[in-house]
Design a protein around this ligand. Structure first.
Ligand SMILES: Nc1ncnc2c1ncn2[C@@H]1O[C@H](COP(=O)(O)OP(=O)(O)OP(=O)(O)O)[C@@H](O)[C@H]1O
Ligand SMILES: [Mg+2]
Length: 395
């Protein structure tokens, strides 16, 4: 029954006088109530099907098919199961009342009728039916809203993924562009060869990212992990950035220490370092020493972890910026390059970094001091597939 529909009441009784009396009692419930009459049990199901009543009142004793059988058949049919059925029984027939409940009736009315009682019982069941219908409608709407939300979230996930991929390829193409430019300026074949090797490595990185994405679709990231020497990976990544670093006049120092091999995706960890070094370069103060330190060491408090530290002597960041740096699309660089240092930012670099670290079951922390520099520390488990407790790190 919907909100605006008048109640539809089906009464089945072979005794025309009783049927008429019941109808008169119930007419006072609602001026526009619609009544459907059945004179035999066999008429009820087709009438329920066509008239869609909100409630059915069934006399127990009817020739052909009695009230219990009709009630049972209504209850077994899932189209009609939700329609409340009240049985009309004799005054002291306890057995009839019990059989009625057993066959699926929700209540009963006794003969001879007490008008007030009949109205109260029928009204209570009509109300319950209305609440159930409203609840079902609300649930359906909620489900539709939830489906729409999921579809939206999927679309925005696709959007951020596309933005993330563009960001990475932009970095790679920028570096390739720089090397190609250098190549064009050189006449020395040996130098050109060296430069082309760098370009080849970058193309490999691009391929690796695509592979990583395919791996993501196949949703088994740990599979692509290999035992990696972090110190070697730092050296390789720094050499990839060599041209950009020297163009920016930034000096790099790799602090070498004993570190165990770690199980990771080297392409992704190198991507992390590139993003952090790029940020460090862009945060340099022209008036001060421009330096980036990279260091890998075993974590003292939890030897199942290593730390990868990338520290710069840049201008640091205020608390307000630090709080938001991992938010996707947060940037202080201006999206068209009009920001602090002329190079545009998408604000995705650090969210990609955080994502990769999280996929490695690692933790990233940042410490920054205005005017002195910033240090990112990444805690990586030696093997992300092994369940180990995280190292105690301060926020
Ligand atoms: N080493 C750093 N020193 C000072 N500020 C930093 C440093 N690293 C990040 N930030 C701040 O964090 C913000 C977000 O960095 P993120 O790498 O996510 O985006 P972005 O660098 O602005 O853009 P993109 O990575 O696309 O170039 C930067 O805009 C900058 O304000
Ligand atoms: Mg960045």
């Amino acid at each position: 029954m919907n909100d605006c529909r008048a109640p539809h009441i089906l009464i089945a009784d072979d005794n025309a006088a009783d049927l008429c009396l019941l109808r008169r009692i119930l007419e006072s419930l609602s001026a526009d109530a619609v009544f459907i009459n059945a004179a035999a049990g066999t008429e009820v199901l087709p009438l329920v099907d066509s008239g869609k009543p909100d409630i059915v009142l069934l006399d127990v004793r009817m020739p052909g098919m009695d009230g219990f059988e009709v009630c049972r058949q209504l209850h077994e049919d899932e189209r009609f199961r939700e329609i409340p059925v009240l049985l009309i029984t004799g005054m002291d027939s306890l057995e009839d009342k019990l059989n009625g409940f057993r066959s699926g009736a929700v209540d009963y009315i006794v003969k001879p009728f007490n008008g007030e009682e009949v109205k109260l019982r029928v009204n209570a069941q009509l109300k319950l039916k209305r609440y159930r219908d409203e609840l079902r409608t609300m649930n359906r709407k909620l489900q539709q809203a939830q489906d729409a939300l999921v579809a939206n979230a999927r679309m925005s996930a696709v959007g951020s993924l596309a933005a993330g991929i563009s960001h990475e390829f932009n970095n790679i193409l920028g570096m390739i562009g720089g090397y190609v430019q250098l190549c064009l300026e050189k006449n020395d074949l040996n130098q050109m060869y060296e430069i082309l090797c760098m370009v080849q490595t970058l193309v490999g990185r691009g391929e690796h990212i695509v592979q990583g994405l395919l791996g993501l679709v196949r949703s088994n990231r740990i599979k692509g992990h290999v035992k990696t020497d972090l110190v070697d990976l730092i050296a390789q990544t720094v050499s990839l950035m060599k041209k950009k670093l020297s163009d920016a006049g930034v000096d790099v120092e790799i602090i070498k220490r004993e570190v165990p091999l770690i199980c990771c995706s080297p392409g992704e960890i190198s991507q992390v370092m590139i993003n952090l070094m790029k940020n460090a370069m862009e945060a340099m103060d022209p008036q001060r020493e421009k330096k980036i330190f990279l260091e890998a060491l075993r974590d003292k408090t939890n030897p199942n972890y290593v730390q990868l530290i990338i520290r710069d002597t840049g201008y640091g960041m205020p608390e307000k910026v630090r709080e938001r740096i991992f938010d996707p699309f947060f940037t202080t660089k201006g999206v068209t390059g009009g920001g602090d240092n002329n190079s545009p930012g998408t604000g995705l670099g650090l969210s990609i970094v955080a994502n990769i670290v999280e996929n490695h079951k690692g933790i990233i922390r940042v410490a920054s001091e205005l005017g002195s520099g910033t240090a990112f520390t990444i805690f990586l488990p030696i093997d992300p597939a092994e369940p180990v407790s995280a190292p105690p790190v301060s926020p």
